[in-house]
Design a protein around this ligand. Structure first.
Ligand code: CTP
Ligand code: MG
Length: 386
């Protein structure tokens, strides 16, 4: 039988630990809830979003049905379930606050229910050692952390909620009523945003997986925007080398056969300018102050590793790149054929989209006389304010 799959995205919480309703904060250019709704929509015939009751909520949420939530998460799920049509055979429940849940997690959960489980939940091993409040360590090997989306036969979920019982997740309700819970693999990156720092962690992991979206200005919500934006610019220029053995490296890509550039490291002007832009955005000095060319450690260094180091430094300040845009000024070689390779390599290291554009200098000045290559980069970063 073909399944009719509906997903309830619960977004009716007040975010008391976060300080404001986190599901409406901006993450990589869209609201947290928008990421959750978009993934849910790819796996469902219909999506019900449950929003805070009696509050002004955004009127542009992309869902089949919008309903108001209740005082507890279970009450919100019940309100959502009431809006799921009787024709649904499988119902998923997902926390809006888990915007990084992947398509693969959805597929595994749905496959679990397809295979006959009343409930399928994504779980991950517990990494931390866990202690009882009153002393003593819990045996971690016996524990699993439970995530969402959780998948149910419509019958099991309706049965579990019929009594109006309370629990922090829905699988445990079904279990209380004798239903068997099947575990499928969750993902460490499927973080539930709980405190402000979690928003940065999620942004970083989603940025690295390439799941970024076009950038809009963050919207101030409630008591004011919790996110800040920082812009930085970077510039670097290197002279062509007379050494026929010097390899030209731009944006981490080797241009074999092209003239190399003079430099202490691999002279990757593009990677250097990206790093300068990131450092500039957080006011952390320049590349030379972090990787002095008097330091033998950096001789012949892979500049993409220096860039990765800068990305980590910026992250330690709680900031993550939204995007970088780079102009490379070079008479030769032609950059267009290798542009997408440079963009892919840089984006992977930066954890956000990096665009690269090649420009000739039209014969003007030293760059026009093919004496070297220069790069200019603008970087936009975001992070939590405070
Ligand atoms: N949720 C809901 N209705 C509630 C409480 C929670 O729809 N009455 C939703 C939240 O919006 C979130 C998910 O359930 O997407 C998980 O809850 P949680 O992370 O605890 O969010 P909040 O309850 O908003 O946060 P806090 O517990 O810090 O107040
Ligand atoms: Mg809560």
């Amino acid at each position: 039988m073909d399944q009719q799959i509906w997903t309830i995205v619960v977004a009716a919480g007040s975010g008391s630990r976060f300080g404001l309703p986190k599901q409406f904060e901006t993450l990589l250019g869209r609201r947290v809830v928008d990421h959750s709704l978009a993934t849910a929509a790819r796996h469902s015939h219909g999506v019900v979003v449950v929003v805070p009751a009696g509050e002004t909520v955004p009127d542009d949420l992309e869902a089949t049905v919008i309903v108001e939530g209740g005082a507890t998460r279970s009450a919100s799920v019940r309100n959502g379930l009431a809006a799921v049509p009787a024709s649904a055979t499988v119902v998923l429940v997902h926390d809006a606050a888990r915007p990084a849940a992947s398509d693969d997690v959805y597929r595994r959960v749905i496959a679990g229910v397809d295979a006959g489980a009343a409930v399928a939940v994504p779980v991950v091993e517990v990494a931390d050692t866990i202690r009882h409040r009153n002393g003593g360590v819990v045996d971690r090997s016996e524990l699993l952390a439970v995530q969402t989306p959780q998948g149910f036969t419509a019958q099991a979920l309706r049965g579990a909620h019929a009594s109006g019982a309370e629990a922090t997740d829905d699988a445990s309700l079904v279990e209380q009523q004798g239903g068997r819970v099947v575990h499928v693999a969750g993902e460490r990156t499927n973080i539930k945003i709980t405190e402000p720092a979690d928003l940065v962690a999620v942004a970083q992991s989603m940025g690295r997986s390439g799941a970024t979206q076009p950038v809009e200005m963050p919207t101030a919500h409630g008591k004011g925007a919790a996110l800040k934006l920082r812009v930085g610019n970077g510039f670097d220029i290197h002279r062509f080398s007379d050494d026929p053995d010097r390899v030209l490296v731009l944006g981490g890509i080797r241009f074999d056969g092209a003239r190399g550039l003079v430099g202490h490291s691999d002279a990757d002007v593009v990677a250097h300018a990206c790093a300068e832009a990131l450092l500039g955005a957080v006011g952390r000095g320049d590349l030379g102050s972090h990787f002095p060319d008097t330091d033998e450690r950096w001789r012949g260094a892979d500049s993409m590793e220096l860039l990765a180091e800068v990305v980590r430094l910026v992250a330690s300040d709680g900031m993550v790149a939204v995007n970088l845009d780079c102009s490379v000024i070079a008479e030769s070689p032609k950059l267009a054929p290798r542009r997408s390779e440079m963009e892919a390599a840089l984006s992977a290291v930066v954890g956000a989209p990096v665009s690269v554009k090649g420009r000739r200098a039209e014969g003007i000045g030293g760059l026009g006389r093919s004496e070297g290559i220069a790069a200019l980069v603008t970087a936009l970063l975001t992070g939590i304010d405070g």
